[in-house]
Design a protein around this ligand. Structure first.
Ligand SMILES: Cc1ncc(COP(=O)(O)O)c(C=O)c1O
Length: 368
């Protein structure tokens, strides 16, 4: 029989989908809340202004959304002081990484990225059938010289997550500026700033001015984290107009649904929710650091809404034990870090539940 699929499709490693929360609850006999700290969502919830706006609009669900996302782009343009033609909205920022890959990469091309970076860029190279050149980290940070050295004549894109997921670190502005000086003009830099609001403002790289100056830079942002809209699927990018146009050429119509657009517009106005989220995250992070220090657990200081720790044991085993006790966090074996796990900073009640459960199971695992 003829094989239908492109050869690279069969080579793609499929990640095992997690179980729906309801199924897990039934299987584990959980009556109360499952403490979901695995996906870096905003655990204070959806922006209340977004909920209100979307509820009001539900009856318009029979009509296709605005394919150009005009109002949301206009609003973002005003906030960022950019013409709206430099902005594209995506079905999550992940969709925009995908579109950039489809628009740019041929099979002989490669992306240069760090090991332990957000996985979607690598996945896109696998879908296209080209190559991701992964550069080892330098003390849990992007090795910028290593990334520059990895660029060859087939490199079309360098992908930088700023801050990194699942590592949590960012870059100082001066280092980034030096890196930009060394980056060939014809290579596209994707700066994925999904967690930029949680990063240190003073030292965070200035990426938008690079777009303004016509550099080959695409800045990605999302509503999935700070704004609490992960389930709505909405993100955006800022780039030169020709690049925005190229992304449009390879996208499917109506990819960003109406309620995602409406929710995102309202969430941008929700200053209270943003402030509360940042405050809760900062307090939660401090608490987790104190607890990890007390437990002598190594953690990577984070500029995000999660913390990555080395449990010095099989991370999957620890996660499985935590799951039995209704706490779900992410093992990092697929990033080549078998003893690390990543925990999302939640409400104080969730942070406490995680720490208490870890303290409960840790001696059991160590004995085992
Ligand atoms: C670095 C990074 N970029 C992008 C995303 C995806 O965001 P979105 O939900 O907008 O697709 C994530 C999600 O975890 C992330 O960690």
């Amino acid at each position: 029989m003829k094989i239908l699929y492109r050869d690279n499709v069969l080579k793609i490693e499929q990640s095992k989908p997690g179980k729906p929360i309801e199924l897990l609850r039934r299987e584990l006999g959980i009556e109360g809340e499952v403490c979901m700290l695995a996906s870096n969502e905003n655990l204070l919830g959806v922006s209340p202004l977004a909920i209100h706006a979307v509820k009001e609009a539900l009856a318009e669900g029979n009509i296709y959304p605005d394919n150009s996302c005009y109002e949301l782009r206009e609003k973002l343009g005003k906030i960022l002081n950019f013409p709206m033609d430099n902005i594209r909205i995506g079905n999550g920022s992940s969709e925009l990484i995908y579109l950039a890959g489809v628009a740019i990469l041929n099979r002989d091309d490669n992306i240069v990225m760090s090991e332990c970076s957000f996985i979607v860029s690598k996945l896109v190279t696998q879908i296209i059938g080209c190559h991701a050149k992964e550069v080892p980290l330098d003390d849990y940070h992007h090795d910028l010289d290593g990334l520059l050295a990895a660029i060859d004549e087939n490199t079309k894109i360098v992908y930088l997550d700023l801050p990194m997921n699942p590592i949590g670190t960012s870059l100082r502005r001066e280092k980034f500026d030096r890196f930009m000086d060394g980056l060939p003009e014809d290579v596209l830099l994707i700066c994925d700033e999904a967690y930029h609001e949680y990063a240190d403002r003073e030292s965070f790289p200035e990426t938008l001015p690079l777009v303004r100056h016509g550099r080959n830079v695409l800045v990605l942002r999302t509503f999935s984290k700070l704004y609490g809209l992960a389930g709505f699927r909405v993100g955006y990018c800022v780039a030169r107009e020709d690049m925005i146009e190229a992304l449009g050429r390879v996208s499917l119509p109506f990819a960003v649904n109406k309620f995602a657009q409406i929710g995102a517009m309202a969430a941008l106005d929700d200053k209270d929710h943003v402030e509360k989220t940042l405050k809760t995250t900062a307090i939660g992070k401090k608490y987790l650091y104190e607890q990890f220090n007390e437990m002598s657990l190594f953690y990577i200081p984070s500029e995000t809404n999660f913390v990555t720790i080395d449990v010095k044991r099989d991370g999957r085993e620890i996660c499985a034990e935590l799951q039995k006790k209704e706490v779900i966090v992410r093992p990092l074996i697929m990033y080549g870090k078998p003893t690390f796990l990543r925990v999302t900073i939640g409400t104080m009640a969730q942070n406490r539940k995680f720490v208490e459960t870890l303290k409960e199971i840790y001696p059991v695992v160590i004995r085992g």
